[in-house]
Ligand binder design. Sequence first.
Ligand code: SAM
Length: 217
Amino acid sequence: MRLRNVKYAKELLESYPEIIIQNPKKHAGNWKEVFKNKKPIELEIGCGKGKFIYEKAETNPDTNFIGVEKFDSVIVRALEKAMIKPLDNLRLIRFDAVNIDSIFKDYEIHKIYLNFSDPWPKKRQAKRRLTSPIFLKHYTKILNPKGIIELKTDNYGLFEYSMLSLNHDDNFQINSVILDLYKALPKENVQTEFEIKFLKLNKPIYYIKSSLKEDNK
Ligand SMILES: C[S@@+](CC[C@H](N)C(=O)[O-])C[C@H]1O[C@@H](n2cnc3c(N)ncnc32)[C@H](O)[C@@H]1O
């Protein structure tokens, strides 16, 4: 990316603090104040250019949505969508989810979406996968007792790793698994940018739904 564009992204992100939350740590435990209501909050980690989280917010006004993305140059595309038609129930955060438990507290998240997360295929990169034990530990801290994780991926390696990781974790249980989502497509499925790309390549989409075990808190 050219420097000019990086500067553009940074300036734009700072110009819309009502959509892109500037200092997310200060809202930990108090996100209902940001939304000015007590509706449940759902999170997409690695929201990319924001198609999924924007459409979820647009079609589910009784839920609040937050998209987290670590790169300015990517989340700026999500911001552009929200600038055209702002939604009361959508906020964006430019943040590396490695410290996600510093921006949410007190079990304030109802659902986490992990859509087409980076697979980090090398063994030495495993801890960066968004379903590695360290991330699951963070999710246990921020998810409400009935909290859910929904994962979609085209990557078999990440799918298999996530199944094992969730299965070995004391706090999570796996509720459902679909090996080819488009053979059993739930009508509420919202496509992501990467999902559309992989479908065009005729790749199967793997799906996992997992929830916290009842006695975890
Ligand atoms: C393959 S893209 C998928 C984007 C989108 N979810 C979709 O399905 O179209 C993965 C995204 O996750 C972001 N990401 C990866 N690790 C992250 C982390 N630790 N914190 C926040 N974002 C992350 C990447 O920057 C990238 O934009």
